[in-house]
Design a binder for this molecule. Structure first.
Ligand code: ATP
Ligand code: MN
Ligand code: MN
Length: 301
């Protein structure tokens, strides 16, 4: 009797027990990148992502059939993500309570990918201090006629204005069209104070330089200008998380950068999910050390 020896099944990538079904499915048709490629990317950058993504409410851009087909923005727990994706009940404005999603480790990120997620967006506060944001963001949204060169100049201008107020800020390429200026905060002031500060800062900027900036979302008023989107700083609003992939052509990622290297970068989609190893190396560089970290509270404005 001959016992046929079968090869052992391949272990899941990076020692995870979260299996990825259909890893060969092409989800970025323009660049022939697959669900498996995205899962590998996320496993590679998980140590960089988790300090920002873990233990805070996240919303997911899910595109089960790939980015070229229908995508949807999922805020609430659907109960189908398995044991590595958790839920936390959060009171909403209308008085109701909804379960929000959160993850705490690489398996949680991977389980989201398994469920067809491409993008990770997060609240500006973590679950432990849900009512006190730990970051403020100015999301620079340029009108299509504005060059990336001008977006970079605008980001540096905002950095300088914040510095004059005593605030340290950091730059992140969104992976799309813009740059996010991120201001880390010690969780102290509550949402209304932070969003009020962000609103007044953005409006003062627009008033001082109305050729370049606008602080209202109205597209018609954006012509040739940059919308300083301060609305990311309202309770319940989200922004794309550092190192998240984007469901856009070429599979770009949201990438933290050092202020001094921003000058040499000519697109907000500079890095893609092919660049996981490079991003890990970069994150350990002297220029990037300490990115996103500052122990500070908002001054009076
Ligand atoms: P870009 O640089 O191209 O502007 P971005 O990530 O800043 O990229 P925005 O269009 O400015 O994109 O989006 C702002 C934020 O709005 C997103 O980061 C996301 O968190 C949130 N958002 C996106 N889609 C939805 C949606 N369907 N419902 C609610 N919020 C959303
Ligand atoms: Mn934006
Ligand atoms: Mn925006």
């Amino acid at each position: 009797q001959v016992v046929e020896e079968r090869p052992a099944p391949a272990p899941p990538a990076k020692d995870s027990d979260v299996a990825i079904s259909h890893p060969e499915r092409v989800i970025f048709p323009d660049s022939t990148l697959t669900k498996g490629d995205l899962a590998d990317y996320v496993a590679t950058v998980a140590p960089l992502m988790l300090p920002w993504v873990a233990h805070r409410p996240v919303s997911l851009v899910r595109c089960p059939q790939g980015r070229a087909r229908a995508c949807f923005f999922q805020k609430h727990d659907a109960g189908s993500f398995g044991p590595h994706v958790h839920s936390v009940p959060i009171k909403e404005k209308d008085g109701g309570t909804e379960p929000y999603l959160y993850v705490e480790d690489a398996d949680g990120l991977r389980a989201c990918i398994q469920m067809g997620s491409i993008e990770f967006h997060g609240w500006g506060s973590s679950i432990a201090t849900l009512e006190q944001p730990d970051r403020m963001i100015f999301d620079l949204d340029p009108d299509p006629s504005v060059t990336f060169y001008d977006v970079k100049r605008a980001a540096v201008h905002i950095h300088d204005q914040l510095a004059e107020l005593g605030l340290t800020s950091f730059a992140m390429l969104s992976g799309g069209k813009g740059v996010h200026v991120v201001v880390p905060l010690t969780p102290d002031a509550a949402w209304p104070a932070v969003s009020n500060f962000a609103e007044r800062f953005a409006k003062a900027l627009a008033q001082g330089d109305s050729d370049r900036f606008v602080a209202v979302a109205t597209k018609a008023k954006r012509k040739g200008r940059i919308f300083v989107d301060w609305l990311r700083n309202q309770r319940g609003a989200t922004a794309v998380m550092p190192y998240s992939a984007r469901a856009r052509a070429g599979a770009p990622v949201a990438a933290p950068v050092a202020w001094r290297e921003l000058d040499g970068i000519d697109t907000a989609a500079r890095w893609t999910i092919r660049d996981g190893d490079e991003l890990v190396t970069r994150a350990g560089s002297a220029a990037m050390r300490g990115w996103g970290v500052a122990d500070q509270i908002l001054p009076d404005l």
